[in-house]
Design a binder for this molecule. Structure first.
Ligand code: AMP
Ligand code: MG
Length: 415
């Protein structure tokens, strides 16, 4: 009896939980997940400041200015970014008919209520030295002033627990002065391929041998999630060698194996797990490709035993292992976004199994279109390499006709 993929995912996500938290420097936190929501400790910006290089003025002084009858104001000082706002307030109480030359980011002097950019005045823009500025039009109160707190109010929640840290949201954290953040710690992952036929990259193939592509591929898929992994050398297809390799991997919290989990005479992973005393939670899913996937617990460790066919192993990693790892890493979003495309041709699917088909996606006039990326054989890597997305076809469907809707998820948010 094959386990349904939705039940398998429920089971996996019930077993795994968030790991503990750790505090790390912001500079090391890219791609990590916040273990606590973050509250702004200061206002952003912290003080009223100029959005332009120009003159800080009192609007009331120039509200009748026109290009025919411009108004000249006396320039009584200069403020630049970094000047002490309080000191400047004391030093520069602005009188009627006066203005202050001001640079972007400088604090707004007391008494002024707008900034007029240099290019909107009739005053030549040469550096300094002008005792007056001539203004040809009125300005609105607050114009070109960035008010304290207009971006973020002190005390408000700026990022939620479970958010992934990116250069965009880390810009906000840096501006708010967070030098450190609390994130969920990363799981320790080990992986190994199995198969007498496999040779490591860099060696010369003898007849009957192939390169181990799954080991490097899965390690890269883990890297894409922000995880380093320990890659163990490939055991021979013997029970003893498998057991030794599991022991060598036993420091890890998550162990991924590839191959030897199907129905062949040398598919000895299930036997090895029995010997280890691991508890198998499911083996074999109603999916294509990737049917042989096995999920087990070995004491506190989680074991994902992936099929050996390279396309299958990467697909089941993406759909079943990735959400589990993301949950452990503290992520609030565990699944890829689903989109809908229109099929560019008839697409066959397997009744009784959820199909994952490698596809190329195009975008035209506001609609996604999908076409299969070549052969769907689970050993065919060339179509995988040129695919953008996986079409996900429910188990009840035998065919999608040209022009019908099909659901898909992109391999990556950034193509
Ligand atoms: P298995 O699941 O061990 O029966 O392997 C299924 C198919 O996948 C066989 O053709 C294997 O040679 C191939 N295979 C298994 N492991 C790997 C691997 N690490 N890299 C590339 N191909 C593999
Ligand atoms: Mg094998």
């Amino acid at each position: 009896m094959l386990t349904r993929p939705s039940d398998a995912l429920k089971l996996i996500l019930n077993e795994v939980s968030f790991l503990s938290q750790e505090t790390i420097s912001l500079s090391k936190a890219l791609g990590r997940y916040l273990s606590q929501s973050l509250v702004a400790p200061i206002f952003l910006p912290p003080f009223d400041n100029s959005a332009m290089d120009g003159f800080a003025v009192r609007c009331g002084d120039i509200n009748v200015a026109t290009s025919d009858r411009p108004i000249s104001l006396k320039v009584v000082g200069m403020l630049k970014a970094g000047d002490d706002v309080e000191g400047m307030r004391r030093a520069m109480p602005l009188q009627q008919g006066c203005a202050v030359r001001i640079m972007t980011g400088a604090p707004i002097p007391a008494g002024t209520d707008a900034v007029i950019p240099f290019e909107e005045t009739l005053t030549p823009q040469g550096r300094g030295g002008h005792e007056t500025c001539t203004i040809p039009k009125p300005v609105r109160i607050g114009e070109n002033i960035r008010k304290a707190g207009e971006d973020v109010q002190k005390g408000t929640c700026v990022l939620d627990k479970g958010v992934r840290l990116t250069p965009r949201n880390m810009a906000l954290l840096a501006a708010l002065g967070f030098s450190e953040v609390s994130v969920t710690r990363l799981p320790q992952v080990a992986l190994f391929s199995t198969g007498n036929e496999l040779k490591a990259l860099g060696s010369v193939l003898e007849p009957g041998q192939i390169y181990d592509s799954n080991g490097p591929t899965l390690s890269l898929a883990l890297q894409e999630l922000g995880l380093k992994s320990k890659i163990l050398s490939t055991p021979q297809d013997t029970l003893q060698d498998l057991l030794n390799t599991f022991q060598a991997a036993s420091e890890a919290e998550v162990i991924l194996t590839m191959g030897a989990v199907s129905a062949g005479d040398f598919d000895l992973i299930p036997q090895a797990l029995e010997k280890l005393g691991a508890k198998v939670l499911f083996h074999k899913l109603a999916i294509k490709p990737g049917k042989p996937l096995l999920f087990a617990r070995w004491e506190h460790r989680f074991l994902f035993c992936l099929p050996g066919n390279p396309v299958s192993s990467l697909i089941v990693f993406d759909r079943f292992v990735r959400p589990a790892l993301l949950k452990m890493m503290g992520a609030s979003l565990l699944f890829r976004q689903h989109y809908t495309a229109l099929a560019l041709h008839d697409i066959k699917a397997t009744v009784g199994k959820e199909d994952y088909l490698r596809a190329r996606i195009t975008w035209k006039d506001g609609t996604f279109f999908a076409q299969l990326a070549g052969s769907q054989g689970s050993a065919h890597l060339a179509p995988l390499a040129e695919s953008h997305a996986l079409l996900v076809v429910p188990e009840s469907i035998s065919q999608i006709r040209e022009g019908e809707k099909v659901e898909f998820e992109f391999w990556s948010e950034t193509l």
